[in-house]
Write a protein that binds this ligand. Sequence first.
Ligand SMILES: [Zn+2]
Length: 335
Amino acid sequence: MLVQAATGNTSVKLDDVLWVKASGKWLAHADREEILLPVSLSETLSRVATNTDPAGQTAIVGGVALGTSVETAMHAVIPHRVVLHVHSVNTIAWAVRADGEHNLRQRLAGLEWAWIPYLSSGLPLAGAIQQAVTANPNIQVFILANHGLVVCGNSPHSAEALLRDVETRLALPPRATPEPNWDQLNAIAERISWRVPANPVVHALGIDPVSRHILGQGVLYPCEAIFLAPRIPVVSRFITAQEAEQSDSACLIIEDCGTLMRQRQNPVEGLTLAGLAQVVLRIPADAPLACLTPAEVNDLLCADVYRYRQRVEGNSLDRLPFPPAPGGAPPVELR
Ligand SMILES: [Zn+2]
């Protein structure tokens, strides 16, 4: 509900050292492997000041070479010592709505917070955050449109307490949907050689007409386009194996039945799909949506995405939905 796979990142500033999450590492693995690396805070800030992205600085931690997250600039420009950035399902369900900022005024009343319009991760997003904290250095909650949540504090405990407070204020109940017809789904999956995800929540995307209507309006947030498809196909239960193979998507929504995924075992795709379903089930049918524009989606689906996926997924993909564009930029983490 807070992060999916390698999304989200955390940092702490100790004197002039910024400890920030490494690109591609999972917050869920923080108690069993090194996920943070130290970089110079003043050096990072001077890079930001000269419009040079500080992402990708490297250090050896515990014998492993780590590189700083693409969101390093954002962590550096926030004055608080501890910064927690999550792709919270509840926050995203508000942050994709055209009326999200208006609705959150009441829910976040009493907190110092700011709504940050959608900007790509890295220097553009960090620039908007820096502007917001220059205007009001007390801001501790940032709602990132079509992206997620940032909370900060001067200690890990105060930041965590604030995260829980915001999560409680933004909590939305998911729409109830019936269980999928597993036999029917298994039969379709077998016929087209795809697989049936075990997590029941993802099947709501096929069974629930409101969810299908929401997904049909466009891409809600970057991970959806990067890890699943720019547009997830909605198909009938009579789809053929050949038709399924022509899709460039990691998943297929089978109308009134559920959702199928490709045979490859890819935890990132599965977690992204589950997160998407949790978000969509929290958006009412009549909510005005602010989907990413076609230009914003195109920006996401560049060569960097291909490299990012390879890094996050350990080169385990047998087939990537988006071929790398020639002459792309060096690898970056997208969130
Ligand atoms: Zn993010």
